[in-house]
Design a protein around this ligand. Structure first.
Ligand code: PLP
Length: 407
């Protein structure tokens, strides 16, 4: 077996994530490693924690990275907060709600769900009514669900959770950095994210933040590693059922004690640090405005091509849009042609939307005017070759009008 050096084709990733990575992030990832407890390493970890406190809009000390993709963050949060037999309420409005259910079930939770049809979000009253009925220990919910392109309003849920003494967990992977998100002001106890959406990095690190209430739960359930456990310490029946995702141990590793747990994934630390630096240099509000500007232009452009957007637009995320695949057009054939002929990737859909909806993202590095216009022009050409009747220049003209109206 012999293989050449890695040489990926030029691609413009305009799907729901992952997306083309900021060049600065790639550069940061090529920096040399240092030892696990090198003063530079521990200082970089501490710095990264401070950066992510700003990204999450929180004062939580317990703000760290879980090494792994976004799903690792979700799993760490749930396995550390939820003991077997605990009740967890999951309001589902898309695919990632199903993932929360699956993970909570594996933690041994008694999982209760409420549902709205894909394309809608919950009224806070519906979630409150379910909390009254279920009396869960944890409310677990997705903020922006890329499967439906919608964002669930969260601002009223924190007060409801506090009133009923419920821990409030949210997966904000798809929305953070491109949509408003306030950990402390919205009363969240645990939040997890990933880099490969609006933060413009690769997948592989999951930023996480825990409120003092959540830390208390985690601390009470953490395990002390065999061999360093004192002779008379007992293993609690409700200890966290994972070593790798034991947030108690992970916090001890990131905290002043620096107790050895895993070896921090240094290259992903550099990556996550650079993603946060880019976001904070731009300013979170400016980044959200940029995602909205280009998301609106993409939506207008798609409508200008005669395509029909999916879901309740009042709750659409800024950074991704779903559109119905026109009658008589083969969705996957269009996607393949866009990739093969133009080097542009757009997304397909899952579950009930599979074969019905394309998902097109404008996020992170790719939330730009040139990427929006090039994607619309290419899509117009491919749609026409696939037999769809599309107005000449309809996409780019409508997008340019949207930019002019916003200026
Ligand atoms: C994209 C996305 C993820 C991704 O999880 P990975 O483990 O990084 O693949 C998780 N949650 C939501 C809501 C997402 O949109």
């Amino acid at each position: 077996m012999s293989a050449g050096p890695i040489d990926p084709p030029a691609r413009l990733l305009m799907g729901p994530g992952p997306i083309t990575v900021y060049p600065r992030v790639l550069q940061a990832m090529s920096a040399q490693l240092v030892g696990q407890y090198d003063p530079f390493m521990t200082a970089t970890m501490t710095e990264t924690q401070a950066l992510y406190r700003d990204v999450f809009a929180t004062a939580n000390d317990a703000t760290v990275l879980v090494d792994g993709t976004s799903r690792a963050g979700i799993e760490a949060a749930l396995v550390s907060l939820v003991a077997p037999g605990d009740r967890v309420l999951v309001p589902r409005f898309g695919r990632f709600g199903h993932l929360l259910v699956e993970i909570a079930e594996r933690c041994g939770a008694e999982v209760h769900t409420i549902d709205v049809p894909w394309g809608q979000v919950f009224a806070p009253e519906a979630i409150e009514a379910a909390i009254r009925e279920v009396r869960p220990k944890v409310l677990a919910i997705v903020h922006g669900d890329t499967s439906t392109t919608l964002a669930q309003p969260l601002d009223e849920l924190g007060a409801i959770c506090r009133e009923h003494d419920v821990l409030f967990y949210c997966d904000t992977t798809a929305s953070l950095g491109g949509n408003e998100f306030q950990t402390d002001a919205w009363g969240l106890d645990a939040v997890t994210a990933g880099l490969q959406k609006c933060l413009g990095g690769p997948s592989g690190a999951a930023p996480i933040t825990l409120s003092p209430r959540a830390v208390e739960v985690v601390e009470s359930r953490k395990s002390i590693e065999a061999g360093i456990r004192d002779a008379d310490s007992v293993v609690r029946a409700d200890r966290i059922r994972s070593n790798y995702f034991d947030l108690g141990q992970i916090l001890d590793y990131w905290g002043p004690a620096r107790l050895n747990h895993h070896t921090e994934a240094t290259t992903m630390l550099y990556s996550a640090r650079e993603c946060a630096r880019i976001l904070l240099e731009e300013g979170i509000d400016a980044s959200i405005a940029r995602h909205r500007l280009h998301g609106d232009a993409m939506l207008a452009g798609l409508q200008g091509l005669g395509l029909v957007p999916f879901g309740d637009l009042a709750h659409k995320m800024t950074n991704v849009v779903g559109v119905e695949i026109p009658e008589g057009v083969h969705g996957d054939a269009v996607r393949s042609e866009l990739l093969a002929d133009y080097g542009i990737e757009i997304g397909t859909s899952f579950g009930p939307l599979h074969g019905r909806v394309w998902r097109i993202g404008t996020m992170g590095y790719n939330a730009r005017r040139d990427t929006v216009l090039v994607t619309l022009a290419a899509l117009e050409a491919v749609l026409r070759r696939n037999g769809a009747r599309v107005p000449t220049g309809g996409g780019t003209e409508a997008a340019l009008d949207s930019y002019r109206a916003a200026a």
